[in-house]
Design a protein around this ligand. Structure first.
Ligand code: NDP
Length: 392
């Protein structure tokens, strides 16, 4: 029986609330708060149980503190934007509330994906006797748990990790992103970076690609090397890793549109003067692109996200692949969202469940791979994200 505050009424927030309502013995009282209260109310109207809703500006610590002091949650699930991570962590510290998110903090004026801002809260959370769980989505999130599971059950030593994210779905739109367009485009247009031989190796964005044969009929797709934040925590917590890379599929159509938008400056985060007003081109672009939340009924096909791992077991070289396949239309039928929101929202709910039931506990700031992966892997199978594993 717990009181939970969920911040952010977007695509992911909606899935988190739906999934929490499916486990009322743990999530007995829920409040959904966001910048636009009407969005919270619209989600609340779809749910099988009554929840509270509120307006909050999560950029303002005092706004958050007032809300937390009023509702007195045990845990705050942050599924607003990465810009709000630190203000929400500050408010949690002030009000004695545990914290969970799905994406690392990013400063608004620089597309930097680094954990150091949030890891710097380690001592303060520890002293306050509170737990912060970082990156409890799919990637980061399940991919960290998959890697910890591989280490626990398959390997004595992991040497190479390839995280491979495929969205083989089609929404029929000329150009749209599957989650917040601003955050998505900042991520995709950033230089690629991977971990090799104890250091980071940087290369131009989307310049390295290869074919990968996905299982269960998805087939061969082109995957592109990118940077993703879980590489930072995994290379820190699994020091035997010699090489760690992150790959994602993109359709030729998506890349063609992105290239044009980049060439004409529409993906820039540098402010420009427009009729006497400062605007950020990427934020304006977000305003004209389809809302990812609207893609649910339009998207068909499946996602496949997994970890391909090489290492040693009993002195022998071994290769292992663990993955989940998720169907866009099945997600829409269950919770009214497409699979990218679903695959993020379900692990956020499971991470919260791990914390509130005391299965995962600690004082301080943690990444997912620092806990026993077994109970989380079991819950994935039970709550809509079944996984498979193959020894290759
Ligand atoms: P959306 O843009 O759909 O939703 C974000 C929500 O946050 C919106 O409802 C927005 O309000 C609200 N919000 C924004 N700023 C504030 C603020 N200052 N105060 C209060 N509320 C605010 O994004 P998604 O749902 O697609 O993504 C949510 C998070 O999930 C992001 O951080 C994203 O990076 C992360 N993510 C993680 C993944 C993973 O696998 N780990 C994968 C995909 C996403 P309004 O509607 O009024 O604008």
């Amino acid at each position: 029986m717990s009181r939970v505050l969920i911040i952010g009424a977007g695509g992911v927030g909606s899935v988190v609330v739906h999934k929490c309502c499916q486990v009322p013995d743990i999530f007995s009282e829920i409040m959904l708060a966001s910048r636009t209260k009407e969005k919270c109310d619209a989600i609340a109207a779809q749910l099988p149980m009554a929840i509270k809703t509120a307006r909050v500006d999560a950029d303002q610590v005092e706004d958050l503190v007032a809300l937390m002091q009023d509702f007195r949650p045990e845990l705050c699930i942050n599924v607003a934007l990465p810009y709000q991570d630190l203000t929400i962590m500050d408010a949690c510290l002030e009000c004695g509330v545990h914290y969970l998110d799905t994406a690392n903090y990013e400063p608004r004026d620089e597309a930097k994906f680094e954990y150091h801002w949030q890891w710097a809260y380690q001592e303060r959370f520890k002293e306050a006797g509170l737990m912060a769980l970082l990156g409890s989505g799919f990637d980061p999130g399940v991919t960290n748990v998959f890697t910890a599971w591989a280490l626990k059950t398959q390997f004595d030593e992991i040497k190479e990790l390839d995280i491979i994210d495929c969205n083989a779905g089609d929404h029929g739109q000329p150009f749209a992103t599957n989650f917040n367009p601003e955050i998505n485009i900042r991520e995709v247009t950033a230089p690629a970076r991977h971990w090799e031989g104890g250091q980071w190796v940087e290369s131009p964005a989307l310049a390295t690609s290869k074919e990968f044969d996905f299982p269960e009929g998805i087939g061969s797709r082109k995957i592109y090397l990118m940077y993703h934040e879980e590489l930072e925590s995994l290379s820190k917590h699994i020091p035997t890793l010699k090489k760690a890379r992150f790959w994602m599929t993109f359709s030729d159509n998506y890349l063609r549109h992105l290239e044009v938008l980049q060439n004409i400056g529409m993906t820039s985060i540098e402010p420009v003067d427009f009729k006497g007003q400062q605007i950020i081109p990427l934020q304006f672009l977000k305003a004209v692109l389809p809302d990812p939340g609207s893609l649910g009924p339009l998207t068909h096909g499946r996602t496949c996200i997994g970890c391909l791992i090489k290492g040693l077991k009993n002195g022998q070289e071994k290769e292992y692949y663990v993955y989940n396949i998720c169907d866009h239309q099945q997600c829409y039928e269950e919770v009214g969202a497409q699979a990218v929101s679903y695959t993020t929202g379900v692990p956020a709910m499971i991470g919260a469940m791990m914390m509130l039931s005391g299965v995962w506990k600690g004082k301080g700031v943690f990444n997912m791979e620092e806990f026993d992966p077994a109970p989380f892997m079991e819950k994935l199978n039970l709550h809509g994200l079944p996984w498979k594993e193959h020894i290759l």
